[in-house]
Ligand binder design. Structure first.
Ligand SMILES: Nc1ncnc2c1ncn2[C@@H]1O[C@H](COP(=O)(O)OP(=O)(O)OP(=O)(O)O)[C@@H](O)[C@H]1O
Ligand SMILES: [Mg+2]
Length: 222
């Protein structure tokens, strides 16, 4: 991969209390990702994949360690700065689509980029076309299939032209053919924007379609 890593995670640790005990989930994770690189994160259930994604997205704070995007240390930001960074520079896609029920497809797609003040109408139109959402723009989430909703969620995440697209089992609720189609589209659009892509998946088959695979085991990246 060309260029310096855009994301550098070093020595990341995170534990949770479980009754009287503390459980160490991440025990010193080192990981980096270059611009345009598409990486699959695999690991057993409970190995800490979602925890790692949440920390990278600034949705939770590590116990120790460092998360940097270029020169910016997310781990050192104030809560407000971290929230703004997430809104403006990251795209997040989860297994539950988290679309806003009261907004149309077009408004869901534009929502995050409007908040971020980074609305680019030509790019939105391209996303809608590429994601095959043209005829669905005026519909509401409840009027869409799972695969259609997930395409909207991917469009919304990419509408801001993020530095990094973080996806936690984005196709976990979809049948195999739809999952393949949605991931191929997301991959293609990631390539088009040149952003990084980190995707949690339980599927070795889907993981193999990305550029690199990393595995989380015993609190470390292998
Ligand atoms: N907020 C929390 N409080 C307490 N324990 C937590 C919390 N979040 C996660 N954990 C624990 O941390 C461990 C890792 O959880 P995590 O959700 O990161 O796993 P995962 O690899 O994403 O699993 P899955 O593949 O099932 O989604 C689990 O043992 C979980 O119970
Ligand atoms: Mg998880």
């Amino acid at each position: 991969m060309p260029g310096a890593p855009m994301l550098r995670v070093t020595g990341l640790t995170k534990s949770f209390s479980s009754g009287p005990d503390r459980v160490s989930v991440l025990r010193g994770v080192d990981f980096s990702l270059c611009p345009g690189e598409r990486v699959a994160l695999t690991g057993e259930s409970g190995s800490g994949k979602s925890t790692l994604l949440h920390l990278i997205a600034g949705l939770d704070q590590p116990d120790s360690g460092d998360i940097r995007f270029g020169d910016e240390a997310v781990s050192a930001m104030s809560d407000a700065a971290r929230a703004a960074f997430r809104r403006d520079r990251l795209g997040l896609v989860f297994q539950q689509f988290n679309l806003i029920p009261s907004l149309s497809v077009a408004d869901n797609l534009a929502f995050q980029s409007r908040l971020a003040g980074r609305q680019d109408n030509a790019w939105h139109a391209e996303l809608i076309e590429r994601l095959g959402l043209g005829h669905l723009q005026k519909r509401y989430p409840e009027q869409l299939s799972g695969g259609q909703q997930q395409r909207v969620a991917i469009g919304r995440a990419l509408a801001v032209k993020p530095l990094l697209l973080l996806a936690d089992e984005p196709t976990g609720n979809l049948d195999e053919a739809t999952a393949d189609e949605v991931l191929a589209l997301a991959s293609d659009l990631v390539r088009r924007t040149g952003c990084g892509f980190l995707m949690v998946t339980h599927s070795d088959r889907l993981a193999a379609t990305l550029d690199r695979q990393v595995h989380l085991r015993a609190g470390l990246i292998h």
